[in-house]
Design a protein around this ligand. Structure first.
Ligand code: NAD
Length: 437
């Protein structure tokens, strides 16, 4: 099949490379000429484990190419995926659909022969109807069907998730699209990945309902962690105790500094807005959004707890900046709110992250970026671990302590044991484990 992917970001690039690996002919398009230039020169503009090899293999096999030219690529395609960004709209939290609609217009003028246009971007209910209308109006002679195929991959494990998904959801209003979409995903039938065909609006809502549920689960365990700190219980044990119940499940029960990233914050907000507009508000998600927002900044209070109540004039080392490990994605990372709160309190911040520092430099001001955790910790009154990168899980605690000016260790991912931290001379604070010091 000839497949075009409009948008070569975290989702488009991974999806395009995986579909090429299945044997399809894939063209990844992006309007960002610099991104396409990097890809054409054999580079990869994002960090995602395994992606560089996957791309190289499929480029070499002639199944994967890159271009900025929407018109030429779309004209040849059987299927065109839209995988552009849908960030929160400034001001009101609705999803900003301008990139999706621009892409739909560009695609419309270039369509030849029957083509299935698929929204892979996360889009609110009804967006497929609007994409359909835009294409029909822009090119009344076009033969096409619009389908919805939300993506559930996780950054950091994106290739595995795309190739071995828990499910594939496809929303269609036109039966002509069904055999085409079955053909796209036919290679996954071997893995017996469940494919759910449904209506387009239902498919669009499934993505938001799934993300909001996961965000709510994280927020729930974070609230339980807060309670644990007040009553002297251990959230790790509580999470294990409830997670072993199959009806609950153990995933997404890790207490931490609040969810971040390019999806949960904007998708929960967008669902709240959709529900409000529909006159069916989802109060659980409204609460989730509010709790998570205040939690991120509140994590700075844990730092104050190990800094004699104030960070003014003190150096604080922040380790792990990306919203989770194994990605360079800094969008809505909790570290941004935590660092801002520390700076507002008068702290000097030194930081280290294995992959996220290039992106972080563009988003943070007055932060000194360092080449290792130990360099970041030099002279620091306290070290704060925000993201649980493997490289931060086995730090030499006595060495870390020896280069610092103070003794605070704030472990927002619970990756160290109280006894080990204390033995290395730290005043140790974690999340939801026992009483607040
Ligand atoms: P991204 O910002 O990394 O990539 C989007 C790309 O689209 C950019 O490179 C941009 O230049 C390009 N683009 C925008 N308009 C274009 C146009 N008209 N023509 C060609 N290229 C255009 O975004 P992302 O993280 O890949 O997310 C894309 C969508 O997938 C979003 O709706 C997101 O919610 C959803 N999603 C993301 C993830 C994730 O983990 N990142 C997971 C599931 C779903």
């Amino acid at each position: 099949m000839r497949i075009v992917m409009i948008g070569s970001g975290y989702v488009g690039l991974v999806s395009g490379a995986c579909l090429a690996d299945f044997g399809h002919d894939v063209i990844c398009v992006d309007k960002d000429a610099a991104k396409i230039a990097v890809l054409r020169e054999g580079g990869v503009p994002i960090y995602e484990p395994g992606l560089a090899d996957l791309i190289a293999r499929n480029v070499k096999a002639g199944r994967l190419t890159f271009t900025t030219d929407v018109a030429a690529s779309v004209a040849q395609a059987d299927v065109v995926f839209i995988a552009v960004g849908t960030p929160a709209r400034r001001g009101d939290g609705h999803a900003d659909l301008s990139y999706v609609y621009d892409a739909a217009r560009e695609i419309a003028s270039a369509l030849t022969g029957f083509t299935v246009v698929v929204t892979k971007s996360t889009v609110p209910v009804g967006t497929g109807d609007e994409v359909d209308r835009i294409i029909r109006e822009t090119n009344p002679r076009a033969q096409f069907a619009v389908a919805s195929n939300p993506e559930f991959l996780r950054e950091g494990a994106a290739i595995q998730d795309f190739k071995r998904p828990d499910r594939i959801v496809i929303g269609i209003e036109d039966d002509c699209a069904r055999p085409v979409m079955e053909e796209v995903y036919r290679p996954l039938y071997l893995n017996q990945a469940p494919i759910q065909f449904t209506g387009r609006r239902t498919s669009e809502l499934i993505k938001y309902a799934a993300n909001a549920f996961l965000a709510m689960k994280i927020t729930y365990i974070n609230e339980i962690a807060e309670l644990c700190e007040h009553v002297g219980a251990d959230v790790q044990q509580v999470a294990r105790g409830i997670g072993l119940d199959n009806r609950i499940g153990s995933k997404f029960l890790h207490a931490g500094p609040g969810y971040g990233g390019s999806c949960f914050p904007k998708d929960t907000l967008a669902l709240v807005k959709t529900a409000e507009d529909a006159g069916a508000p989802i109060r659980l998600i409204e609460a989730t959004v509010a709790i998570n927002e205040s939690r991120k900044r509140a994590m700075a209070r844990k730092v104050l707890a190990v800094c004699n109540g104030s960070v003014r004039g003190k150096t604080i080392a922040v380790l792990g900046l990306t919203f989770k490990p194994n990605t360079d994605d800094m969008r809505d990372a909790p570290s941004l709110s935590i660092i801002q709160a520390l700076q507002d309190g008068g702290a000097q911040v030194r930081a280290y992250d294995p992959e996220g520092m290039d992106a972080a430099r563009t988003m943070l001001r007055d932060v000194e970026f360092c080449t290792s955790p130990y360099v970041a910790a030099q002279g620091a009154f306290a070290v704060v671990i925000v993201t649980e990168w493997d490289a931060l899980r086995a730090l030499d605690l006595p060495r870390l302590r020896s280069v610092m000016g103070g003794d605070g260790l704030v472990d927002l991912r619970n990756i160290y044991r109280f006894e080990d931290a204390e033995a290395a001379g730290f005043t140790y604070v974690s999340v939801g484990r026992g009483a607040v010091p």
